[in-house]
Design a protein around this ligand. Structure first.
Ligand code: HAM
Length: 417
């Protein structure tokens, strides 16, 4: 019989990598709450139209990367390739605008794209992202970038660069698009087949091409075509990043592969990952809510790729932030001591000390080395003497010091530990 395997481009998360995923999620949640965001969970599949209407019919994701299926009622759905469309659908469906104010929402979970798998590129991958619906000021764009920056720093990742650009709005981009197309036509014979096809559908995407980008160094730049409002928005966005000491650099070639963006776009890039180096990306999308049938409400957001962020930290060998939860390991020295050991473990867990299940009948030496292996701070030994005298022997596993306390002092001892 064939061995059953996870589908191509997917994988199981376990062991230290899974631990890092959890830490990243925990870090992001903490930072989101500092910025006043709250979590929303949307379905893993949605009507296929939601994605074609938001990401753009001509985007690679819609054209060739969606996992679609027809259900028994002949309805066509797609596994979500990203999170923004679902959040905007949620915003419109629940009339959040009518409830007033600004809406700061975040999400975390798996996304699905039928891409050609390679290192750092999966068919099921994990994103954490946020969408800020309502604000049009450049401060919200800067806040988004700074929030991602803080998540990475607090997760222990410092080696990355922040690329930023403005791709204008519905007033100035068409003029740029025309100028770029005229330029690309003069280079047409030098371009790859893919770029020649893209050129007429979405010429901005040609700038993004790995093969052709370097041939287009003298291409007109969006910056020269920005209208007065977009220019001022971009200048204020950059100035806020500068005063917050975020280390960004302007990349006029940054255009993004999804169609909903207007004005600010950005990408966080890690030098430690090879070809799939984008660890987070996002930008402003002032027309998306309206294009999906909602009110005219602007928005700005980002998503980070958890698989890549975790890989970047592993590649850099950065030490993980020490877990804040203290760990103890309770060892019964004989069968009779097991019930007492079991009880001590229960009591400690109620004091938020982590204690793995107590095991009877194992050699002390093996139990102690296991305790060290899992990073326990203390071993608590309970045997005949301890039972008789109503005491516990506590061994500090880093200093190796050992002391005895009364069983009744357990709570007090760990309160200050
Ligand atoms: P995106 O650039 O398509 O943007 O994806 C964001 C991040 O997800 C990428 O920078 C990358 O780290 C990760 N990612 C994308 N595809 C894969 C893959 N196949 N395997 C592993 N990681 C991947 C968006 O998804 C937008 N929704 C971001 C956004 C939110 N813009 C505004 N709001």
């Amino acid at each position: 019989m064939d061995i059953l395997k996870a589908p191509k481009g997917t994988r199981d998360l376990f062991g230290p990598e899974m631990e890092s995923f959890l830490q990243l999620e925990e870090t992001a949640r903490r930072v989101f709450h500092l910025y006043g965001f709250s979590e929303v969970r949307t379905p893993l599949f949605e009507q296929v139209d939601l994605f074609s209407r938001s990401l753009g019919e001509t985007s690679d994701v819609v054209q060739k990367e969606m996992f679609t299926f027809v259900d028994r009622g002949e309805r066509t759905f797609a596994l979500r390739p990203e999170g923004t469309a679902g959040i905007v659908r949620h915003y419109i469906e629940h009339s959040l605008q009518a409830k007033g104010g600004l809406h700061r929402l975040y999400y975390a979970g798996p996304m699905f794209r039928a891409e050609r798998p390679q290192a750092g590129r999966y068919r099921q991958f994990w994103q954490i992202g946020s969408e800020y619906l309502g604000p049009s000021d450049p401060g919200s764009d800067a806040d988004t970038v700074l929030m991602v920056n803080q998540i990475f720093k607090e997760f222990g990742l410092s080696n990355f660069s922040i690329h930023v650009n403005s791709i204008g709005c519905k007033n100035c981009r068409p003029i740029y698009r025309k100028a770029l197309l005229d330029y690309l036509k003069t280079k047409e014979t030098e371009l790859t087949e893919e770029s020649r096809q893209r050129m007429n559908i979405n010429p901005l995407r040609v700038l993004d091409s790995k093969a052709d980008g370097p041939k287009l160094l003298d291409a007109p730049s969006m910056k020269e075509f920005l209208c007065a409002e977009c220019k001022s928005h971009h200048a204020q966005f950059l100035s806020l990043l500068k005063t917050s000491k975020a280390d960004y650099f302007e990349n006029p070639k940054l255009v993004r592969g999804l169609d909903y963006y207007t004005r600010s776009v950005f990408e966080f890039v890690s030098p430690d990952l090879g070809a799939q180096s984008a660890i987070a990306a996002g930008g402003r999308y002032d027309e998306l809510v309206e294009n999906l049938g909602g009110p005219s409400v602007p928005g700005v957001g980002f998503a980070l790729g958890m698989d890549r962020v975790v890989a970047a930290r592993i590649a850099k060998g950065t030490t993980e932030p020490a877990s804040k939860t203290k760990k103890a390991f309770v060892i019964p020295l004989d069968e009779q001591s097991f019930p007492m050991a079991f009880q001590v473990a229960q009591n400690l867990r109620q004091q938020s000390i982590s204690v793995p299940p107590v095991v009877a009948g194992k050699k002390l030496k093996n139990q102690l080395s296991h305790a060290v292996e899992i990073g326990a701070n203390w071993a608590i030994l309970i045997g005949e003497d301890e039972l008789k005298q109503g005491i516990l022997t506590i061994k500090n596993l880093s200093s190796r010091e050992q002391k005895q306390i009364k069983q009744s002092e357990l709570k007090e001892f760990f309160k200050n530990a």
